[in-house]
Structures are given as structure tokens and as C-alpha cells.
Design a binder for this molecule. Structure first.
Ligand code: SF4
Length: 459
């Protein structure tokens, strides 16, 4: 390693500072790993720091966490998966106290459950609903669990001041003298340590090229993959972390940037099998702002509209930057998105990719029912898409065997069959979504919505 390049912020200096911090107390460490060069640099320094310590001094656990959004770009997903299993193996062989964990969103928070199930519009700069659900919440849950078990934890991130002026400012905030710890902005008991914050991009490159990966990865390959630019998707742990979605290496469905240059570049380099993914991504970006794909108003405004009408007042829909705020994707659009997603899955099935899970399909079906969808929609889409062929698991369908019987009872009791079907769906399927205790409020909401729609019809 050339000291000239790394100067006083040499990696050895960082390792020594890290060792002092490591030996100071028993607070476990949690390293955020995104597979990019900065977080690889931190993980590698942590490995070396532990390797240099005598066995009896390796007295606390280091967790290496990485988020799997379930919509990761396939090549990045494979790289990260390989790196994590190599790390796990190397740590076991060298007897290092390292735990490797891949975190994923809960079912209720996944991209497809929200985009296709709830009809959230594809994310953009102003409505980036996915980062919190796909990345921040899984990391927060994990950190909170460790805080619960250990009282306090230290989170290590690969943030660097030279990334941007804002980054430097954020890193300057909340600093606690001695070892440069900062309080985590939202998790009490968690402290943040950014060991490579003073390094610049060239320092990171120099280190990764000159010092081989302790878990056997090819760093040269990593740098070629990411290119010589600050463009990786960072490990996001809270809202102050650099935002994802603007980088060239995020989720394959990401519609925040105008173009997905990473996938475009890979296709140009011969990975032509990625074309169906890119086309699907471009299409969900294109329909995002098309009023015919969206409800006229947001869910929360439906009630206001009915009340205004009842009182004979004009209803003024919400506006943002001079434009009317549109509601969620319509049910028809959501059906079409699912149809096209299944076609895309069909097109890449040779690669063994599973773009959507059976659990997500069940959750989506339930959410469609909340929005008064035809109970057969999901079944029809899956049948037409030959979904059964794509999965080992059997085709899922709603349980409609009792439909005739239900119809009779509803007629006798003079209650609308659609309402009862929706209530039964919630009761049956709730366990696949949010916590059980929310079931009553959900049932109440459906009854309320039904009453409002009845009122709307009569007036
Ligand atoms: S990369 Fe894009 S789609 Fe993925 S979480 Fe970030 S903003 Fe959302």
C-alpha cells in the first residue's frame, strides 16, 4: 500500500483507531454492507482489524448486515449473495466473531405488495416510499433487536465526507468527542461510526486494489463492475444516509432516475437477457404520471369528497407543485402491471429468477379485495399467465367453493354479498399481512367504506 496515496488517513491508522474502539467496551458492532466499494472497504478493514487481534481479545460480535430488497438488480444480488457467503465461510475458518445476515422487508412492505397490491405509484424523487420499507425498516428492526439484547450497539457505515458537501455536513453533526461516534438519528441506544469518512475515492480504490479481500473476493472485478465513479447504492439505515435510487446500482425496478444506465450498460455489454426487465421498468415509469392509470384522487380524500358533496360544497383535490395529486394506480392498471410482471418472469425463467413470490401474490389478492375487486381477478390473471408453469408451488386461488351458499345466506339476511366476501377475506387472509391486532380496524374501515359508497349511490 502506498503511504503517499493514503497519507495520514492511512488504513493502518484506521485499523488502530478501530482496535481501540473495539477493545473499549462490549457494545456489539453492526456493519452495513451494500456490496459497493465503500462498504466493502469498511468490512475489509474490520476483518483485518479482527485478524490482527489475538484470539482472546476478539471479545465481541460483529454483525455484517445487508439488505435484500427482493427487487435487487439480478447481477448485484448474485454478487452480494456470493460475497456474504464467502465472508461467512472465511470468518468461520479464521475463528472471527462475525455474524453475516441478509435482511429482507416484511411481506406488508415489499415492493410488489405496495405497487401492485395497494397501487402506490412507481417511486420518483418526491414520493420515494420504497427506501423506508425495503431498506430502512429491516435494518432498524435488526438494530433495535440488538439494542434490546445488549443495551447499546455501534453501527459502522462506509460514508465519506468527500462524497458531497451535504454528506460532510451530516457527518459533522451529532459527533461525540472520543472515537468520532455519533448518536443514531432515530434509534436510541445506537451509535454510528464512520471509520473511512476522511478517505477520498482514490484512497478507497488504492486500498481495495492493493490489499486482497480476506474472504477471497476479487476486488479488481468489483471496481471494474462499479466503475470509477461515486455511484453505488449505499447501505441505507436512516433518513440521513445518502438517498438510494439516484445511484446507478439500485433495484432493477427503480424509477427514481430518468434512465437505468446500469442495466442499459450491461445489455450493451452482452447481457441481453436483461432486456425484458428494462422494458418492464421503463413501462412502469412511463405509466406513473398518466392520469388514465391512476385514481382521480387519493384514498384519504375520498371521504372528504363525499362529505363536500353532501354539504353542497366544491371539492378541491390536493395539489403539489401546481399539479393535481393523483390517487393510486387503478385496479385495472394494477392487474396489467401483474400481467406484465408475470410475462417478464416467463421471459427470464431460464435464468432461474423469481421476480415475485407466492406470498406476495396472496397478499396482493387480499389488498385487491379491500378495494372491492372482483374475487376472480387474481385467479384469472394467474391462469392466463400460465403461472403454475413458473412455480413449483401450486397455483393460488381464492376459496370460492362456498360462494353459492354464501349468496343464498346473504339474500336471506338482506346483506350485500360483496361486503361479506370482503370481510371474510380480511378475516381469512389477515395473518399474511399486518399484525393481527389491526384486523378489527380493517374490518371497520371496510364497513365504513361500504356505507359511504352506498350514500354516494343514493345521492
Ligand atoms: S433503489 Fe430505488 S426502488 Fe430501490 S429502494 Fe432505493 S429508491 Fe426504492
Amino acid at each position: 500500500m502506498t503511504q503517499k496515496t493514503l497519507d495520514k488517513n492511512s488504513i493502518q491508522g484506521i485499523i488502530e483507531e478501530m482496535q481501540r474502539l473495539y477493545l473499549k467496551d462490549h457494545r456489539p458492532w453492526i456493519v452495513g454492507f451494500s456490496g459497493g466499494k465503500d462498504s466493502t472497504c469498511v468490512a475489509q478493514v474490520v476483518f483485518h482489524m479482527l485478524m490482527e487481534l489475538p484470539h482472546e481479545k476478539r471479545n465481541k460480535v460483529v454483525h455484517i448486515i445487508s439488505s435484500n430488497t427482493l427487487v435487487e438488480s439480478p447481477l448485484i444480488d448474485r454478487r452480494i449473495g456470493n460475497s456474504l457467503s464467502n465472508m461467512e465461510k472465511a470468518a468461520a475458518e479464521m475463528n472471527l466473531p462475525i455474524i453475516v445476515k441478509r435482511l429482507r422487508p416484511i411481506l406488508d412492505d415489499t415492493f410488489w405488495v405496495n405497487l401492485i397490491g395497494r397501487g402506490y405509484p412507481s417511486p420518483n424523487r418526491w414520493f420515494r416510499w420504497c427506501t423506508d420499507r425495503l431498506k430502512i425498516r429491516p435494518a432498524t428492526r435488526y438494530i433495535l433487536e440488538q439494542v434490546k439484547q445488549n443495551g447499546e450497539v455501534i453501527v459502522l457505515l462506509g460514508a465519506r465526507k468527500s462524497e458531497s458537501a451535504t454528506r460532510a455536513q451530516t457527518l459533522g453533526k451529532y459527533e461525540i468527542p472520543d472515537f468520532k461516534l455519533r448518536r443514531h438519528t432515530s434509534i436510541p441506544g445506537a451509535f454510528v461510526y464512520t471509520p473511512i469518512e476522511e478517505l477520498n475515492l482514490m484512497n478507497v480504490f488504492a486500498y481495495l486494489l492493493q490489499v486482497p479481500s480476506p474472504w477471497g473476493d476479487n476486488n479488481r472485478d468489483l471496481l471494474t463492475f462499479y466503475g470509477k465513479a461515486d455511484g453505488e447504492c449505499p447501505s441505507v439505515i436512516d433518513t440521513t444516509t445518502s438517498p438510494c435510487g439516484r445511484s446507478r446500482f439500485g433495484c432493477w425496478v427503480c424509477t427514481v432516475a430518468v434512465r437505468d444506465r446500469a442495466i442499459e450498460g450491461l445489455i450493451e455489454d452482452g447481457e441481453t437477457w436483461l432486456k425484458p426487465l428494462l422494458e418492464f421498468r421503463n413501462w412502469i415509469k412511463q405509466i406513473r404520471d398518466d392520469p388514465s392509470s391512476r385514481e382521480e384522487i387519493r384514498r384519504s380524500e375520498r371521504r372528504k369528497k363525499i362529505i363536500s358533496k353532501r354539504l353542497g360544497r366544491d371539492f378541491k383535490p390536493e395539489e403539489h407543485r401546481g399539479h393535481k395529486v393523483l390517487g393510486p394506480f387503478t385496479l385495472e392498471t394494477r392487474h396489467e402491471i401483474l400481467r406484465r410482471l408475470l410475462q417478464t418472469q416467463q421471459a427470464v425463467k431460464e435464468r432461474g429468477l423469481r421476480l415475485i413470490t407466492v406470498e406476495e401474490l396472496k397478499a396482493i389478492e387480499t389488498l385487491w379485495m379491500y378495494d372491492e375487486d372482483d374475487p376472480c381477478s387474481m385467479m384469472n390473471i394467474l391462469r392466463l399467465s400460465n403461472y403454475g408453469e413458473l412455480q413449483e408451488t401450486p397455483v393460488i386461488t381464492r376459496r370460492l367453493e362456498n360462494e353459492v351458499y354464501l349468496q343464498e345466506i346473504c339474500e336471506q339476511c338482506k346483506v350485500p354479498v360483496q361486503l361479506i366476501e370482503r370481510l371474510l377475506t380480511i378475516e381469512e387472509d389477515f395473518s399474511t399481512l399486518s399484525k393481527k391486532r389491526d384486523v378489527y380496524s380493517r374490518l371497520e374501515r371496510v364497513i365504513e367504506e361500504h356505507i359511504y359508497s352506498e350514500i354516494r349511490v343514493r345521492w
